[in-house]
Ligand binder design. Structure first.
Ligand code: SF4
Ligand code: SF4
Length: 428
């Protein structure tokens, strides 16, 4: 922790004085633009690239050295890459990050479970965070994602992953059912996709509805269920992520309530915005500010009035409240409310090796293939310097969650409020 704090101070010095020139600590590596969802809020599949190979990534990782503290492996859908597990394991072996964050749409249940088991077993000293994207309940999610049966699959993946979390298994002696509000007493849903058959059975239980899910191959053999049930990892944490857009803002309270009932270790949201990375510039997906404000005020209220006992959870939730406040202010005043450290503390690598300061602008500031896979060379080139100045001069702004959380860590006023709420007096 002390090491991280001292690095944060060095980043502040780098931001204001251009010295010392240290490597970022937070990286996002997009491994592919391919995706098996077709979300109404993302057109990333339209991007074309020749993805870097495992050997090319290894060269990049050697140049990063031990600088990464936090790494996000994103896409497209990262699990579509056949060598995904090997890439993550190589990264761990070479760079020794503390946190490995993996967002996924959760469709490839079996592949995800196998890969995460392997990663958790191999990367023992890293915290593995898997964030499943869920934007609606039942058919609404499928419609936003334009994939029939997507909701069933992502919930099935969630349940299986949760069973693999040591923390979850220690806290419950019951099978993990998810509660869902439904208007019918019993409902069965079956789906066949390729060789996979999945089925969901909803049943009434008291005032709630619970469901059991099963997934079978074409010969009706249960897939990998035992393996998933028997192994648990204390370095795994499973969260849910919702994009708040025009498509779900009207019933967001119901969506967030239902998803929080599933008891993910973290429930995070992000506003749908125009991003060059996702090719959504000019597309009408962002909810009205007033509606977004109502949605996050509701989340804030829930967090404030929840009895949170564990100190770590309080810190996380206090940061969440700060993020919602910050996001509202950025959207309202249309400027950076606190300085953005993208390009200093964090950067992103596209599948073809292009390096960006952030995904909102997705502006190529150099290509790893053309620079012998040496990120340091790109970070020190004139294009990157100009970009850092542009950002420092507040010529851009956005409420991007990834960047905002990093920026809050470097903002002493935010840190003080989080510390006060977590250690002195919680909100209620
Ligand atoms: S938001 Fe994620 S799941 Fe949806 S199309 Fe984009 S990359 Fe795929
Ligand atoms: S403020 Fe937003 S758009 Fe500007 S650099 Fe930071 S993350 Fe990117």
């Amino acid at each position: 922790m002390l090491q991280v704090l001292s690095r944060l101070l060095l980043y502040k010095a780098y931001y204001y004085f251009g010295f010392p020139r240290i490597m970022p600590m937070s990286y996002t590596i997009s491994l592919t633009w391919d995706c098996n969802s077709k979300c109404s809020t993302c057109f990333v599949c339209k991007r074309k690239s020749t993805d870097m190979s495992l050997d090319e990534y290894k060269k990049v990782f050697y140049h990063l050295g031990k600088s990464p503290y936090w790494i996000t492996f994103s896409g497209g859908e990262p699990f579509l890459r056949k060598d995904f597990t090997e890439i993550v394991k190589s990264f761990y072996d070479i760079c020794k990050p503390r946190i490995i964050n993996i967002p996924t749409n959760g469709i490839l249940t079996n592949t995800i479970i196998k890969s995460i088991q392997d990663i958790c077993q191999h990367c023992k000293k890293a915290q593995i965070i898997v964030n499943l994207s869920i934007d609606g309940i039942g058919d609404q999610h499928d419609q936003i994602r334009n994939v029939p049966g997507n909701y069933q699959k992502v919930i099935l993946t969630f349940d299986k992953l949760k069973k693999m979390c040591k923390a979850t298994n220690n806290n419950t002696d019951k099978p993990l059912y998810s509660r869902i509000d439904r208007s019918k007493n019993i409902d069965r849903k079956k789906q066949q996709t390729g060789n996979i058959k999945s089925s969901l059975k909803y049943k009434s239980k008291g005032n709630n509805f619970v469901y059991q899910a099963s997934i079978k191959d074409k010969n009706s053999n249960k897939i990998n269920e035992d393996a998933a049930n028997n192994i648990s990892f204390k370095n795994l944490s499973v969260g849910i992520h919702t994009v708040i857009s025009k498509y779900n803002i009207d019933n967001f309270a119901m969506i967030s309530n239902t998803l929080m009932e599933l008891k993910p270790e973290q429930y995070i949201t992000e506003i749908a915005e125009e991003r060059h990375e996702l090719m959504t510039v000019g597309v009408d997906i962002t909810p009205e500010l007033l509606n977004y404000k109502a949605a996050v005020d509701y989340l804030t209220h829930r967090i404030k009035h929840t009895d949170i006992e564990k100190r770590m959870n309080r810190i996380t939730q206090a940061f969440r409240i700060e993020y919602y406040k910050l996001a509202k202010a950025i959207l309202r005043f249309k400027t950076q409310i606190i300085p953005c450290y993208s390009g200093v503390v964090s950067c992103q690598i596209a599948p073809d090796g292009d390096v960006w300061a952030c995904c909102i602008k997705a502006k190529s500031l150099g290509n790893l293939r053309k620079n012998k896979y040496n990120l340091k060379k790109i970070l020190r080139n004139i294009k990157f310097k100009k970009e850092r100045k542009y950002i420092k001069d507040k010529q851009c702004y956005c409420p991007l969650a990834n960047a905002s959380y990093t920026n809050m860590l470097l903002d002493f006023k935010t840190l003080f409020r989080v510390f006060y709420r977590s250690f002195v007096k919680w909100f209620n």
